[in-house]
Ligand binder design. Sequence first.
Ligand code: BES
Ligand code: ZN
Ligand code: ZN
Length: 514
Amino acid sequence: MDTKLFFGSAAGFQTSTLAVFAVDVTAGKDAEPQPMLLTKLDEVTSAASLALQSGEFKAALGETLLIHAPAGLKAGRLLIVGLGKVNDLSVDQVRKGAGTAVRAAKPRSVREMAIVFPEAGVLADQPADDLSAMLTARAMAEGAKLANMDWDTYRSERKDASVHSLTIVAGETGPSLVQEIQTGFDVGLIVAAAQNFARSLVNEPGNVLTPTELGARAKAMCDEAGLKCEVHSSAKLQELKMEAFWAVAKGSAEPPALIVMTYEPKGGAKKDAPVLGLVGKGITFDTGGISIKPADGMEKMKYDMAGAAAMIGAMHAIARLKPAVKVIGVVCSAENMPDGKAFKPGDVVTAMSGTTVEIVNTDAEGRLVLADGLHYAKTLGCTHLINAATLTGACVVALGLLNFGIFSNDDATYEKFVAALKISGEKGWRLPCTDDYRDHIKSQIADIMNTGKNRYGGAISAAMFLKEFAGETPWVHLDIAGCAWNEESKPWIAYGPSGIAVRSILEWVRSYSA
Ligand code: BES
Ligand code: ZN
Ligand code: ZN
């Protein structure tokens, strides 16, 4: 999608479809909805007035109303897009609104459109925070680009229904606001491209996206973006004594991939400056191994590499946004298969850190590959670690599909991540991993075991396992099992890979930029 900014009047802007946001300004629960446009432009308000008075449009989030040949406007159509109650208004609603506009246009064969930038001060009399112009512009660019994707690449009757050209129309404003909007917009395009790249990886079936192929795609991205990238396989795992990672990998005919992507800030990293490690679970297909999963729903396990995709996507944006902090992305990719050579329950392996692990369930493979990934990141000099993984069904049971689980061994690092969530608009909820849970992973046979002693608090047991390998290094663990795949489409986003965590991880990285 070709995306542009235009500073001038929306009334005179020539476009097939002009979208404008509306909020519901009623306060009470039972009051009739009262839509209000986020522009005071006379031509737009009068073109919309009859339709708004009709009462058919409530300005709910994701709701749209289309007016043909709106009088007084150069646009062929006026699309009114609801953002929900004014009290709930945030930049994230704007992101979803821009997405809704694009997804309403796609099936109507609209290939070129425009969206009106919310007018400054229009909410001045309302109980809403005034939206930051920079974050609003960024959210609009992100929402529109994310919404333009549909994951039908493998359907032969597929027709391209995407919007090819989108203009965000901001009124004429002073140079400082223009600069703010331009900056936010530029960042938004980069972030959305990175998230869409991550989504495209997650969408690939396991027969196409093997660990080797994931490595090749990460390498191609890094070459293009100017990042250093090394892709290792079985021999390197042996050399580094990554027995935990290798245990998972060895049952597959597909060799594993250890992907290391390095971003150096301009002028090199300063001495004693933080080095951030981004570690991703890249299981390109999880059968469960010898502890095999039931057939029902197993096809979903192609997205068991969504944590890896989030890190590769984040590195893509980091290369382009150039924060002043060194970042190393480590992806541990393998296929978890049952086989004569596969690892078995009862096996004991020694992780790269020297910790011995009793394998109780081969379906708890993610924590094994991450154990070596986290330890390896430390040996590369990482001072702060973040990992993302579709790690446990238990986390999905605990938090549902809306929030990913957040675990951390360090409150300050966790707080930085929470601040990042505010900007990304993504949702996560902290769960505990305090030392009193250490019991969960105690083994009679080895130092630790790879499951909890019972089913209770399964997401926490997995986090306790990872914490063992983070050690004293400040660390955040994201369990994204419930959020990596959109089980239903929404007005602003398609069914399929979500690209969750790319935006939050990126924002967390940027918060360390000196
Ligand atoms: N990849 C799964 C977790 C998962 C579940 C991801 C649902 C996405 C959606 C993980 O490897 C797994 O199988 N975990 C087991 C752990 C158990 C054996 C201790 C689980 O959650 O059941
Ligand atoms: Zn598993
Ligand atoms: Zn898994």
